[in-house]
Design a protein. Structure first.
Length: 721
């Protein structure tokens, strides 16, 4: 028989053997699902890379080409604004010549006082804040369809030519500091978070699926070796076992990718839209993933098959392997991760933490398995001494080796590690956003802050107040001569309307009590972060016109809630070309961060995705172990005549190792996450919640294992395997 015919025969033999093997159907579906998940995970990474590249390209195309006055064709100025918890860019433009080039995404120049908004910004409720809205920015002028962006042509009264940049056109070869990518998860941060929270579970799924029903296949491999099969022949036989489910899984993964090529896909939680042209740009890489991932899975299946090591005995048994290197590598990874973050340069701290965490969590199941296996003889001895059959059998089964235990607890350990690290990382951002939400609940919009870094030399504060309605007052805010102090400047009429005594001219009085509820709450909130407010009598309009970076507190005498959009529109019309409006106490130390909110949402999405993959891993690995346990314990139930032995064995061989694994995972995760500057209370709350969920999962595994083993044992019949 030639080489090709032999390989085809071995492939057919492998497929036939897999159908009749122990847990054969379970392994088929496990490899099918693991390959599909692996294809999608790798494709997700490729799509993310293409999306980052596409956003950078479109952002570069709209960045201005700065020039001197002689060659300038338009004026340009970018500012930052926010709506809700999301920051975005607003670009002010003014053509200088009739043939001035249009910014990408615009079909015509807006008239004075007009604004062109992105479709997503319109859907968010922003309409007339920057002037009369006309048209929408085309997709080619946006980083993604979900981007918040605006082009504004200011009125002649508010045009601030001195603060604008003279440009000749658009398009630069570098990634500019403008656009959605500034307020979103960065490229490097996303890659490391994706690797740790999604890539690791997917890799574990492939390994667990490859080793489902390993005991029977290892015996069969030993028989083939004893019959003279070469290493290559055994590899082709192993490939034949896995080829069909792996191929079908790759086809499923490929079909699941079709929608991203057909249309824009909005991602849940993160308010991000995957742009179809970016997906098409990644098509060659996606095709490579669809072909390469199943090949890699088959390579893993072959490499995880134990090599044949001939011994002195002629009996065909699978040789035991004692790989102790994971036990020695684990403490190096654990302590190296924590200390390495402190010693690494700032730009390398995130890769060190993410890579070290992945390695530590990946090695932990093997360490737990070794510890549990080492206690097996003592457990068996204690069971024999006390006459407890379940403890005796469980101890002897655990003493056989660490691998079955490691595979069983791997999903629980990695789920706890990923979920806990994700929650602790999220807490870094939620602590800040919780303060912001607290301010919003207390103040609402009764006290607002209006600020600008542009010229206010021609600001009309009186017209600004009139535009907001009766009894609305604008109080100038200046930084006091002492640290942690803000001075509020207004006329006596405004102070009396706000229920505050008018301070003597030339003197500042600390604000402690006031008859205005909103102002009183703002005073308390600022004092809670070490900032004290002082009242002074003066002309707020004069201070605003003379300030380099003007800031105003806006509030109504009757304490009513003010409209953010109306205040923003009036400020842009009467104070400066570009202004920023937000709740007063959300400025400075109490303020939130658009990047932080985006990072929090991305971490939530990635951690949930990773945990869902872990659920598949846990179910696959557990069912295979339970079926094997039922078949192994079948003779015991026949001899004892008692089906409760399955539950006793499950307590000692499943519940106890799983509980130990949960405890170890919590302790190791606590230590590994110490470089994250999260509060101890947040870390303790996250680990307590995840640990409790892990204990519940351990109990369910033990119960499920006992029921499955009992069913398999009841159907057991003696056979020659």
């Amino acid at each position: 028989m030639n080489g090709g015919g032999l390989r085809r025969r071995l492939l057919r033999m492998g497929w036939a053997a897999s159908q009749a093997a122990e847990a054969g159907r379970i392994r088929f579906y496990a490899l099918f699902a693991a390959t599909a998940v692996a294809v999608l995970v790798v494709a997700g990474s490729l799509l993310a890379a293409s999306s980052f590249d596409g956003r950078t390209e479109r952002s570069s195309a709209r960045w201005p080409q700065v020039t001197d006055g002689a060659h300038a064709t338009l004026l340009w100025r970018a500012t930052i604004a926010s709506v809700g918890e999301r920051q975005y860019d607003v670009v002010y433009i003014e053509p200088l010549t009739a043939d001035a080039p249009l910014p990408p995404g615009l079909s015509r120049w807006p008239e004075r006082g007009e604004a062109v908004l992105s479709p997503a910004l319109k859907r968010a409720g922003v309409r007339t804040e920057y002037g009369t809205p006309v048209g929408s920015i085309a997709r080619k002028g946006l980083e993604s369809p979900s981007e918040f962006f605006a082009y504004v042509r200011p009125t002649a009264e508010r045009l601030d030519t001195k603060s604008m940049t003279k440009v000749s056109g658009f398009g630069v070869p570098w990634s500019p500091p403008l656009g959605e990518h500034l307020y979103n998860f960065g490229d490097a941060e996303f890659r490391w978070a994706y690797l740790a929270m999604v890539g690791l579970p997917a890799g574990l799924f492939v390994v667990i699926a490859a080793r489902v029903g390993a005991a029977g296949r290892d015996r069969r491999t030993a028989v083939l070796a004893a019959l003279g099969a070469s290493t290559g022949a055994r590899a082709w036989f192993t490939v034949g076992e896995a080829l069909i489910p792996v191929t079908l899984g790759a086809l499923l993964g490929a079909s699941a990718l079709a929608p991203v090529l057909a249309t824009d896909i909005p991602l849940p939680v993160v308010e991000f839209v995957l742009y179809a042209p970016d997906a098409w740009a990644a098509l060659p890489a996606l095709m490579g993933a669809v072909l390469g991932v199943p090949f890699a899975v088959l390579v893993v299946v072959v490499l995880l098959q134990p090599p044949y090591r001939p011994g002195r005995s002629t009996r065909p048994t699978a040789a035991k392997q004692r790989r102790e290197w994971p036990l020695w590598l684990f403490p190096v990874a654990l302590f190296g991760t924590v200390r390495g973050v402190d010693l690494a340069p700032y730009d390398f701290r995130l890769p060190v933490l993410a890579g070290g965490s992945v390695l530590t969590i990946a090695l932990l199941p093997r360490v737990i398995g070794a510890v549990v296996a080492a206690t097996g003889p003592a457990m068996a001895k204690a069971g024999a001494a006390r006459g407890r059959v379940g403890m005796l059998i469980a101890g002897r089964r655990l003493a056989v080796g660490a691998r079955p235990v490691a595979r069983l607890v791997a999903a629980v350990v990695i789920a706890i590690g990923l979920a806990a690290q994700g929650q602790i990382a999220i807490s870094l951002f939620t602590e800040m956003s919780d303060r912001v939400h607290s301010v919003e609940r207390q103040l609402g919009t009764s006290v607002l802050s209006v600020s600008t870094t542009l010229s206010t030399a021609h600001a009309d504060v009186a017209a600004f107040e009139r535009a907001l309605g009766p009894e609305t007052h604008a109080v100038a805010v200046t930084v006091g001569s002492e640290g942690g102090r803000l001075d509020l400047v207004a006329g006596c009429r405004a102070w009396r309307a706000l229920g505050t005594p008018c301070p003597p001219r030339g003197r500042a009085t600390e604000l402690r009590r006031t008859g205005h509820e909103g102002l009183a709450q703002a005073i308390g909130l600022e004092r809670s972060v070490g900032v004290r407010l002082y009242a002074r009598t003066g002309d707020a309009a004069e201070i605003t016109r003379d300030a380099e970076s003007a800031s105003l507190m806006v509030l109504a005498g009757d304490g009513r809630q003010l409209s953010l959009s109306q205040v923003h529109r009036s400020a842009n019309a009467h104070l400066a070309m570009a202004t920023k409006v937000q709740v007063f106490a959300m400025t400075g130390t109490m303020g939130g961060s658009g990047e932080g909110i985006a990072a929090q949402r991305w971490l939530e999405l990635l951690s949930v995705t990773g945990v869902l993959v872990i659920v598949l891993v846990a179910g696959t690995g557990s069912v295979a172990q339970f079926v094997r346990a039922g078949r192994e314990l079948g003779p015991v139930s026949v001899l004892t005549g008692n089906g409760r032995v399955y539950y006793a064995v499950s307590v000692w061989s499943l519940l106890v190792p799983a509980v130990f694994a949960v405890g170890m995972a919590v302790v190791v995760t606590w230590y590994v996450t110490t470089p994250l500057q999260a509060a101890s209370g947040s870390r303790l709350a996250a680990l307590s919640t995840v640990g409790a969920a892990g204990l519940l999962c351990a109990s369910l595994i033990a119960w499920w294992g006992a029921r499955t083993a009992s069913s398999a044992g009841a159907a057991w019949r003696p056979r020659n395997d």
